[in-house]
Design a protein around this ligand. Structure first.
Ligand SMILES: [Fe+2]
Length: 435
């Protein structure tokens, strides 16, 4: 008996030692060094002439800058580049994260760029620089545009989400931007999870501008030992993304809008200040003169899985989506897939009728990471909404293209097969839904 308890405690101590070793290795892997990493483009309020660029190095680097020029076929483009100093923010995540440390985050907001132009840029300092990355500014004409959208990456990020974001890029390498609808990672301040997110996306993050909103998992107490105390936005968020600051001040970079010539994208923070955002949203929708309007936020208006209802969003945000003809609501959180809408005749839906008229936006809940919940097929009925397509246990990404009066939505599996599709045809400001 005594022998077996000694054996057990030896086993526990061995397991603890092994875990400590593993934690040390993971922390080392997640840590920044002299070379810039986590390089990411963020969409700004006016992507025809502006873009945000952020990156990270170890804390000893106090100076960083970005060089940029118009990309050319040969290396000579480097002769005509300009350098811009970066704003540096020192972040110490040691208290908030089990694998935390100090790092320098750098940000440059580029303005005055030419529309529809391919630029090359690199970031760093005199000694250590990134490779040259390329991106295109948006066109200032109402030309066709397309973008990618994913739900929660959150879990098994490097292990399983990597194949989704890479397949999305293969399907639409010229996408104008990439929407991440919250819960990008699982543990708000965790450095190794953010490092997984950046490693999975690699140069995709550095070449297609991101639009991201925080999910509930981007909020957590700043004391790693007491994570449920006073949840705060991921300590890295503000320093690692360059999103617009045109939303309510206390929600900077988590609630904002972005204007393309024929599209307004509105990013909302479904974790905080729902009523306050409704006031802001009303104004932003009222003055919106774009042909198309897409909203994105984390918690769904109509939940795709059981026990996850969000009545406050339905009360304060949905009436505004309806009143101002929002076209698409792109959401996450439920770890399953559901796509549908409220139709003008919600009781009798004739599936052979190819031109159903919508009341309000088409709603999508989707998931891209490896954590899966089952779908609640009848969950939308009591709100008069119809799930036109649902699914579970599938990692998905979505590609949406807009060309004049037509919007084509397609959802793909991690292995690249078409999973869901519909079209909207906008005539006289009203959408026809084409299955
Ligand atoms: Fe979530």
């Amino acid at each position: 008996m005594i022998g077996s308890s000694i054996f057990l405690s030896l086993q526990i101590s061995w397991a603890q030692q092994t875990q400590k070793q593993l934690d040390k290795i993971i922390k080392k892997w997640a840590a920044p060094d002299e070379f810039p990493d986590h390089i990411i483009l963020s969409a700004t309020a006016d992507p025809t002439q502006s873009i945000g660029v952020n990156w990270r190095t170890h804390a000893n680097n106090t100076v960083g800058y970005l060089e940029i020029g118009i990309a050319g076929p040969g290396p000579e483009f480097r002769i005509n580049t300009k350098a811009y100093p970066a704003k540096r923010t020192l972040i110490n995540s040691a208290e908030a994260s089990k694998d935390g440390f100090k790092s320098s985050f750098f940000e440059v907001q580029l303005n005055g760029l030419k529309p529809n132009t391919l630029y090359a840029y690199r970031v760093g300092n005199d000694n250590f620089k990134s490779e040259w990355h390329q991106f295109s500014t948006a066109s200032n004409q109402s030309t066709p545009l397309s973008f990618l959208y994913v739900g929660d990456a959150q879990n098994y990020i490097l292990e399983l989400w990597s194949r989704v974001i890479r397949n999305a890029y293969k399907k639409a390498p010229n996408a104008d931007f990439f929407i991440h609808a919250g819960d990008l990672i699982d543990t708000a301040h965790d450095e190794s999870e953010w490092n997984e997110w950046f490693a999975a996306g690699g140069f995709i993050h550095s070449e297609i501008p991101a639009i991201a909103v925080p999910g509930n998992h981007e909020y957590r107490g700043l004391n790693a030992n007491r994570p449920r105390d006073k949840p705060e936005l991921s300590i890295q968020w503000d320093a690692q993304f360059g999103f617009p600051k045109n939303g309510p001040q206390e929600l900077h970079k988590t609630c904002y809008y972005i204007d393309y010539p024929n599209l307004r994208v509105i990013a909302l923070n479904s974790n905080r200040a729902i009523k306050l955002q409704a006031q802001w949203l009303k104004k932003v929708l009222e003055e919106n003169n774009k042909k198309w309007t897409v909203v994105t936020f984390h918690h769904p208006i109509f939940s795709a899985s059981t026990g996850r209802d969000n009545p406050e969003l339905r009360k304060y945000w949905k009436p505004l989506f309806d009143q101002y003809n929002v076209d698409l609501a792109l959401q996450g959180h439920d770890h399953s897939y559901a796509r549908g809408a409220i139709f003008e005749n919600p009781i009798v839906v004739n599936r052979s009728d190819q031109n159903k008229e919508l009341m309000g936006p088409v709603y999508v809940v989707s998931v891209s990471g490896g954590k899966m919940y089952s779908v609640n097929e009848s969950g939308w009925d009591k709100f008069g909404a119809v799930q036109e397509k649902n699914g579970e246990r599938k990692q998905l990404f979505q590609h949406i293209s807009i060309d004049g009066d037509q919007l084509i939505y397609r959802s793909f599996t991690a292995t690249g097969e078409l999973f869901d599709r519909f079209e909207l045809l906008k005539q006289n400001g009203k959408n026809q839904y084409i299955d």
